[in-house]
Design a protein around this ligand. Sequence first.
Ligand code: ZN
Length: 334
Amino acid sequence: MLRTGLAAGLALPLAACTRRGNDAGPAVRVAAASPTPERTAATPAVASPTAARTPTPTPTPTATPPPPPPTPATIEFRPSPVGNGEATLLTVRATERRGQIRFLGQTVPLRQQGEILWAILGVPIDAAPGPRSAEVTLLDANGATSQRVTATVTVATLERPIDYLEVTEEVQSILTPQAAALEEQLRTKEFAAFDPAARWEKPFIRPVAGDISTQFGSGRSVNGGPVGGFHSGADIANDAGTPIVAAGPGRVAFVEAHPIRGISVIIDHGAGVKSGYHHLEAALVMPEETVEAGTLIGRMGTTGYSTGPHLHWEVTVYGVNVDPVTWTQTTFRP
Ligand SMILES: [Zn+2]
């Protein structure tokens, strides 16, 4: 299956991309080393007529050699190609120690780890297939742009099932425009800031026992209606009250009741990655608590827009929903 191949995080360094990155990224050097003597000479002479013509000391030419040009950066995506609704790890090898990347309309900072700069990028489920460029801007020690490099990664469309939901009138009545607006408002707040340091070093663990009842990214048809929207997480069904644990280490960022997602815990794992645990019967942690993979955080329920006890589990990368199950198979760290 295409999905498995991609999701398993096959390390396929796209040599073509790397090469293209180098070619397309002429080093944009900032004129930090503009010769100062010129500026001195250009200063208008404002000496008053009465001023004695004291000989101005000739400035000693302190011609500092220009800094060596930066070594061209090399860029790699893993996996590459990347499926829609999946994440990819971008690594940059460069002499610079800081930078940022612009990809699919979002600009995010690069993290440093030893000789490598890196970022996790999320591809939205509705991203069109085809090559997508990522523009990396690297900064020198003074924070000035040292070089810009463009690399390309291909977005591949993954096959997703369609989920035919039977929803009672009572549950369906939860989905009002007001509920949707409040949900959106809460989501905006929840994805307004991200902890910088990545806290996970292993694949995530499944947060609860049980089978996946609805896959991430499934198309949705409610009560025989047309297929619209997609499923933003993976559902794991079990009995009400089943213990739910954190999938990875992090900081409890939010505990709150959503009109649609119900009672929720959201954990910030750093570097743009968050996980959300929704429709809980009860949350058992408080905001700002530090959790490890396996820390008990709540109990399974059916709060919000839900047809029965299950966990709606989400993983987001800078607010972009990606398949959480892939995170149990891949570490996404350099
Ligand atoms: Zn769900």
